[in-house]
Write a protein that binds this ligand. Sequence first.
Ligand code: 1GP
Length: 252
Amino acid sequence: MNAVIYPSLLNKKAQGKKSFAVLIDPDKVNKQKLQELIALSLDAQVDYFLVGGSLVISNHLDECIQQLKQNSSIPVLLFPGSPSQVSKYADALLYLSLISGRNPELLIGQHVVSAPFVKQSGLEIIPTGYIVVDGGAPTTVSYISNAAPIPSDKDDIAMCTAMAGEMLGMKLIYMDAGSGAKTPITENMIQSVAANIDIPLIVGGGIVQPEKAYLNCKAGADVIVVGNAIEKDASLIKELSAAVHNVPISFK
Ligand code: 1GP
């Protein structure tokens, strides 16, 4: 299959353009809510939808993605909490390996078990080094992963983890303080990581303020992901997206 999403991420990075992604947890939206999010996202020129969650309890992942695809041209990236969260209707799959943890199941075990199924999906697969950073409170991801997050002030550990991920062949790094984190990842940590890798850097977890999204991008994040804050107040999409898109173009 032709890769489309990853080249577009690389292209935007080369041009110094920042992207904004809305995270949708299929468990937390109904058809009507999703339609509202789509309209707001189109209006705000959101770059990507990420779909997934640490737990997906309901059974309407396919339905949710089909609705997104039928009603907008915004690319849909799967951000799966488990191998069952794969849908052929998406545009790409963030193929996550939890490189900040030492749980072999989330580094490689679940990938082995689901490999034929994932390959058969025909999705564009984007190998992603997933780095979980302490967000000030236990989040679903820190509990479910059964792996210690990187302490929020250990910039060097995050940096070395991301560098190792890149050298192992990961195409993206996703740094996450966890959904609803009390304290999002610091700009210092983002800066340390971004300065030492060449692949695109996604940052998420606990981002509420447009100002924070802006500063994260200035520090080196290429894509900002927000879920929780938008679930509470969907009108934030516009301000968050504008903040990310207003970051002056910068080249590394
Ligand atoms: C969580 O990075 C995402 O995995 C987004 O976090 O829901 O806190 O915005 P929030």
